[in-house]
Ligand binder design. Structure first.
Ligand SMILES: NC(=O)c1ccc[n+]([C@@H]2O[C@H](COP(=O)([O-])OP(=O)(O)OC[C@H]3O[C@@H](n4cnc5c(N)ncnc54)[C@H](O)[C@@H]3O)[C@@H](O)[C@H]2O)c1
Length: 338
């Protein structure tokens, strides 16, 4: 069997997926340009597993670079994580998001087709459900998407659907992630955001470790039991394992399909804060402030399709997600820059 090419494999979800791939005995090739990551994560994945991966530094939009990687290696299938992911930033620099997220995908698919590699897993997001009513299931029509990042994911899904209709040899699975948090149990790899984090768990961690003074909860007056937003947090290792299940399905499948990867359970911002304080024995300095534009009150997955058809189910609970996030943070107070 040829190698799995993991684009964006130095990033948060990519690095955890590389661990799972290596542990199931797959040969792994990583491409990354380190726009949001560092080489240290590649080294740590190899430390954790005791196995080597091939690594190529370059940009996914660079067709000559992609062709050289495909011609030097026997690629069997691709997991495409590479992309920009910050919702707020995407409103400030939308062209960078459309350029990076869509041109990378087109360059990748053209190159794959040129080398007759037609098995692809694509990282999408629950943001494509927009303002639908949760639980979200894969048959829902997309709702109103409120930011350029979410639109790049929706457009990417459309591009891939059109591609599979034009050529029945492709096997394409779209995975719509909910809210990944947590870290590998070794504490060696985890999420390493640059600057002030946009997401709740990285922010909690920076406050817990004393790098940021206070956590502002965005809105306490939503129509939810405690007034704060509800999300479907999923342990990043469960998410990574979902990719292994997706690759298994690709081996016996042609066409295009979509799967939610979440736990199916909602957890409010205050519930996550309370659980973190309890499990990690830390007091968090937080206060409840105004709502943030664009936040939906409640978002959680219907995971029954992935359970039935991918034979995959998330197993870690919120307490474990907090514990593993905290272990990563205290073992690496400055992330990978130690
Ligand atoms: N983390 C989340 O909450 C979340 C939720 C839903 C979907 N996703 C999607 O999952 C994927 C992975 O997310 P992540 O959290 O691991 O993000 P990440 O930023 O940690 O990883 C993405 C990686 O891609 C690399 N990259 C970006 N543009 C590139 C390019 N043009 N060429 C080469 N490498 C490039 C970055 O350097 C980084 O290492 C992304 O596509 C993201 O949109 C993430």
């Amino acid at each position: 069997m040829g190698s799995v090419l993991v684009t964006g494999g130095a990033g948060y979800i990519g690095s955890h997926t590389c661990v799972e791939l290596l542990e199931c005995g797959r040969e792994v090739i990583v491409i990354d340009n380190f726009v949001n990551s560092s080489y240290e994560s590649i080294k740590r994945v190899q430390d954790i597993t005791g196995k080597k991966m091939k690594f190529f530094e370059g940009d996914m939009r660079d067709r000559d670079f992609l062709r050289s990687v495909f011609s030097e290696n026997e690629v069997d299938s691709v997991i495409h994580f590479a992309g920009l992911k910050a919702v707020g930033e995407s409103c400030e620099v939308p062209l960078e998001y459309y350029d990076n997220n869509l041109n990378s995908l087109i360059a990748l698919c053209e190159t794959m087709a040129g080398f007759n590699v037609k098995k692809l897993v694509f990282s999408s997001s629950a943001t494509v459900y927009g303002d639908n009513q949760p639980p979200y299931n894969e048959n829902m029509k997309p709702g109103l998407i409120t930011n350029p990042y979410g639109r790049t994911k929706y457009m990417a899904e459309q591009i891939l659907s059109d591609l599979s209709i034009s050529d029945g040899e492709w096997s394409i699975l779209i995975l719509r992630y909910f809210n990944p948090i947590g870290a590998h149990e070794s504490g060696k790899i985890g999420e390493d955001p640059k600057g002030i984090p946009n997401n709740l768990m990285p922010y909690i961690l920076k406050v817990a470790i004393g790098e940021l003074p206070e956590l502002k909860v965005f809105g306490g007056d939503y129509k939810t039991p405690d007034g704060t937003c509800i999300r479907d947090y999923i342990h990043v290792v469960d998410l990574a394992k979902g990719h292994i299940s997706a690759l298994k399905k690709l081996d016996k499948f042609k066409g295009f399909d979509i799967y939610n990867l979440g736990t199916g359970k909602g957890c409010s911002v205050l519930e996550l804060i309370n659980k973190f304080e309890e499990v990690c024995k830390v007091n968090l300095n937080y206060s409840v402030g105004d709502r943030r534009d664009g936040d939906l009150p409640v978002c959680f997955a219907d995971t029954s399709k992935a359970e039935k058809q991918l034979n995959w189910k998330a197993k870690y609970d919120i307490g474990r997600m907090c514990e593993d996030s905290w272990r990563w943070q205290i073992s690496n107070p400055k992330g990978y820059k130690r």
